[in-house]
Design a binder for this molecule. Structure first.
Ligand code: C2O
Ligand code: CU
Ligand code: CU
Length: 495
């Protein structure tokens, strides 16, 4: 067993300082000049011991996003530690090879702490992946995408418009890559690259495309490799989601302009209740990045030729699909409605986070498979409802009684479930605005194991998941970090 030490220091921005105890198997890579935490690299089956030292004057705790670990190792908000205290994590890495990550999870302060720099990658490798000859070393590139806003003296600004920013979720006016303002990646012509994209933004989603209009080749998602690579015209990446993108620079010429860009998504008006540019939104600075505009994400600088012998096989892995037929509740999915309650409260089935509280419809059994219906104002049929309670909030929160800004605000909710990797069975868009749906419909990857999904207003999704190995309390929540901090988070209990 080996120990990794992560400590957080209190400065203008926060940062995880990583160090390793002698004799470790894992490697720790501190990204140079970056405001992000280190990259922890481990192998499946490794036992890791991580000592978290809190040196900031706020409570914090680290959550390992996507990892299959016990309650004690999951970074539950109830496990926060004060300045000067330490928390020891000790677990076996049970996940498949893939790109996982870590970030703080203190209730009410996750958004701000992540924003100030507390996040890092947790990269797992395994034998299956190793046999594939995928790009490694300098050809395996982390790309953490985050949006930030700086003031005139280059200090980070968080929620400059107060309550409105909180309701919408923070949206910054410039893009940072790997915690740096410089978004240029210098790569080699003729190189074959694995780009590990993480959308580490607090609330923003991206519609990613190559400026050359070539399709994007995706070969991995949150929970690791897909069965085979998939080509998409563009890719929708919601908060907390990860994808592996293949990039072959052999047909490029030196100094050719290559960019990963964001393409417009018609979301701004919907989110501000049609008030974009006036009234409530009046404070928005004019250099902000509207969803419905095009901007650069990464500039790739194609340098001199340097070949590597990596390749992308057509067959990457065996199917990781759970069979919905194994779910006892196949025909009456457990339903969770993500909605606004009353004027200004984001809720799940009408409830908000309340410590260790867990209610009857949030209790599941160990060693069972279930279907969960995650609903953001979608057109779910009433006969499939397991529990009518809280359901009344379904469409009402979004389009109901029409008074006040709250009821006009239609928000996407990026929903995340701790502790497991699910499969997507179904994505229903009947109630999604047609114009919005047309703008994004070819950008979803619904294959493979995932832990975070992006739900447009009017969408619901059916997910199949299995509860294994660990009993206890785990979280499910909106990964719009401002929504999460406002209480759009609950426990589920495996017993
Ligand atoms: Cu990345 Cu509970 O979250
Ligand atoms: Cu998580
Ligand atoms: Cu949300």
């Amino acid at each position: 067993s080996s120990t990794t030490i992560l400590s957080v220091k209190n400065t203008d921005t926060y940062s995880y300082k990583g160090s390793l105890i002698k004799g470790v198997k894992q490697t720790l890579q501190q990204l140079e000049g970056s405001a992000l935490g280190p990259i922890i690299r481990v192998k499946k089956g490794d036992r890791v011991r991580i000592r978290f030292e809190n040196e900031i004057s706020e409570k914090s705790i680290i959550h390992w996003h996507g990892l299959h670990v016990s309650h004690e190792n999951d970074g539950h908000p109830e496990h926060v530690i004060d300045k000067g205290e330490t928390y020891i994590y000790e677990f076996e890495v049970m996940n498949r090879a893939g790109t996982y990550w870590f970030h703080p999870h203190p209730h009410g302060h996750t958004g701000e702490q992540v924003y100030k720099g507390l996040a890092g990658l947790f990269i797992v490798t395994d034998e299956e992946e190793k046999a594939l000859n995928l790009p490694t070393g300098d050809y395996d590139i982390p790309v953490v995408i985050q949006d930030r806003t700086f003031d005139e003296s280059n200090q980070l600004l968080y929620l400059p418009n107060g309550r409105m920013d909180q309701m919408q979720g923070f949206l910054g006016n410039r893009i940072l890559i790997n915690g740096k303002v410089d978004n240029t990646l210098s790569l080699n012509k003729d190189g074959k690259y694995r780009l590990r994209l993480l959308n580490g933004s607090n609330s923003r989603a991206y519609k990613l495309a190559w400026n050359t209009k070539e399709p994007i080749t995706v070969f991995g998602v949150d929970g690791g490799l897909l069965e085979s690579p998939k080509k998409l015209p563009y890719l929708l990446l919601g908060p907390a989601q990860r994808v592996d993108v293949w990039l072959d620079l052999s047909k490029k010429s030196e100094n050719e302009e290559l960019k990963l860009i964001h393409l417009p998504i018609p979301l701004d008006n919907m989110m501000s209740g049609g008030m974009m540019g006036g009234g409530m939104m009046g404070n928005k600075s004019d250099n902000s990045l509207p969803y419905n505009s095009q901007f650069d994400i990464i500039n790739i600088n194609v340098g001199a030729s340097r070949k590597n012998d990596a390749q992308l096989p057509e067959r990457l892995s065996v199917s990781q699909a759970l069979d919905p037929a194994d779910a006892e509740n196949r025909n009456s999915p457990r339903t969770f409605n993500f909605a606004m309650e009353g004027m200004m409260k984001w809720t799940i089935n009408g409830r908000t986070y309340n410590g260790m509280e867990v209610t009857e419809d949030e209790i599941v059994k160990l060693n069972t498979t279930e279907v969960w219906r995650i609903n953001n104002g979608g057109n779910i049929s009433t006969k499939n409802q397991k529990d009518g309670r809280g359901m009344m909030g379904n469409n009402r929160g979004m389009m109901g009684n029409g008074s006040g800004m709250g009821n006009m605000m239609q928000m996407p909710h990026p929903v995340h479930i701790h502790q497991l990797q699910f499969n997507i069975i179904n994505r229903n868009h009947e109630n999604v605005d047609q114009n919005l749906w047309n703008a994004v419909k070819d950008g979803f990857i619904d294959e493979g194991r995932q832990d975070s999904v992006y739900l447009l207003p009017g969408m619901y999704m059916d997910l199949v998941m299995r509860f294994e190995d660990f009993k206890g309390l785990f979280l499910y929540h909106c990964h719009n970090l401002e929504h999460e901090d406002m209480g759009m988070m609950r426990n589920f209990k495996i017993e």
